[in-house]
Design a protein around this ligand. Structure first.
Ligand SMILES: C[S@@+](CC[C@H](N)C(=O)[O-])C[C@H]1O[C@@H](n2cnc3c(N)ncnc32)[C@H](O)[C@@H]1O
Length: 328
């Protein structure tokens, strides 16, 4: 009986892990541009030759692809990409593949270091410069959902200046700048490489300026109509979060807005994903756990900001947009 249970459990673990194959396969295809290579029917040999890849490993990747429906046999030893709508687009087109890359290269290896970190009672160090470009790109996948909630705060109001702290590639301010041509948008970003990307993507936007700056050493030259801080809180030490809100509040005009995007964890109704984010962030000595709902309310209150709304951006990820108004 016990042996049967053992086998049953082992089978269950394997079954539960099957989705990993889909992600792994899609990740490899994205990273090596293989779905593009197999766009038209082609032999494995020709792809290996053209892209200078190990033919045996490519062969294995193709076999898995056929069995999970990412590739299809096309006769005469040729294969082609199948169900392309499910697969990531090639690199560099704001592709969803960048999320696979972040998961496979950063999140999963980090979570797999848990036993060693726990035994040694040590943390990893998050290499900001190395990961900043990927992280800035994945954050952008939320833009489409969060943007309307930001626009709503600017619409019909005469907001002359907006500041985006930790602006990443500047995706939010670029889109808002196009929508609100009479408002000036400033983005500050600590990573020099990401700052360069933001500058080049907003090159044609007259009402956008991007600066390479650390938020702790920055002060805007004038009071702002709206300050945004999207997906930055987990970079901020817990002890400094209240100070940060107080500081940001002092940069905002009376009746101006503070708009913050962040996942929230720590509630009984937090999603498993929000909780595993915390497992990820806690693995590093320079990243910090997500805020709770209560903390977000409290930091605002102590900084003279009235909580206007707390709305869901992505339920599964536990992502929210929290907006405050500076009290007069
Ligand atoms: C997860 S990304 C989010 C980018 C963008 N706000 C978005 O939501 O799409 C966080 C960004 O904050 C930047 N950042 C972290 N600490 C910062 C600091 N002290 N000053 C300015 N930027 C910072 C990081 O380099 C990174 O590009």
């Amino acid at each position: 009986m016990i042996d049967v249970m053992k086998m049953f459990k082992a089978r269950m673990y394997m079954k539960r892990n099957e989705p990993f194959l889909y992600s792994w396969h899609a990740y490899v295809g994205y990273e090596l541009d293989l779905f593009k290579a197999f766009e038209r029917p082609v032999t494995k040999f020709d792809v290996a030759d053209a892209l200078q890849l190990d033919e045996d490993l490519l062969n294995q990747w193709v076999n898995v692809g056929v069995s999970i429906g990412h590739l299809k046999e096309a006769g005469r030893d040729r294969y082609k990409t199948w169900n392309a709508w499910k697969l990531p687009k090639p690199k560099g087109n704001n592709s969803s593949g960048v999320l696979l890359k972040e998961m496979m290269e950063l999140h999963i290896p980090t979570l797999l270091s848990y036993p060693e970190m726990m035994r040694k009672q040590e943390r990893l160090h998050f290499d900001e410069e190395k990961h900043a470009p990927t992280v800035a790109e994945t954050s952008r996948l939320l833009e489409v959902l969060a943007l309307p909630k930001m626009s709503r705060r600017l619409k019909g109001k005469d907001v002359d200046t907006v500041l985006d702290i930790g602006c990443g590639e500047g995706g939010y301010i670029k889109k808002l700048a196009e929508r609100f041509p009479n408002t000036h948008f400033t983005g500050i970003e600590i990573s020099p490489a990401v700052t360069e990307v933001a500058k080049s993507l907003t090159r044609d936007n007259q009402n956008v300026s991007i600066e390479n700056a650390d938020l702790w050493k920055y002060k805007p030259v004038q009071l702002q109509g709206m300050v945004m801080m999207n997906n930055v809180i987990h970079y901020i030490d817990l002890e400094k979060r209240q100070d940060l809100f107080t500081e940001l509040s002092s940069w905002i005009k009376e009746e101006g807005i503070l708009s913050v995007v962040t996942p929230i964890a720590g509630d009984s109704d937090s999603t498993p994903f929000a909780n595993v984010f915390n497992s990820f962030f806690s693995s590093f000595d320079n990243l910090y756990r997500l805020p709770t709902r209560q903390e977000l309310a409290q930091w605002g209150k102590h900084a003279g900001l009235e909580l206007l709304s707390l709305q869901t951006v992505i339920k599964e990820g536990g992502w929210y947009i929290v907006q405050y108004e500076k009290k007069s």
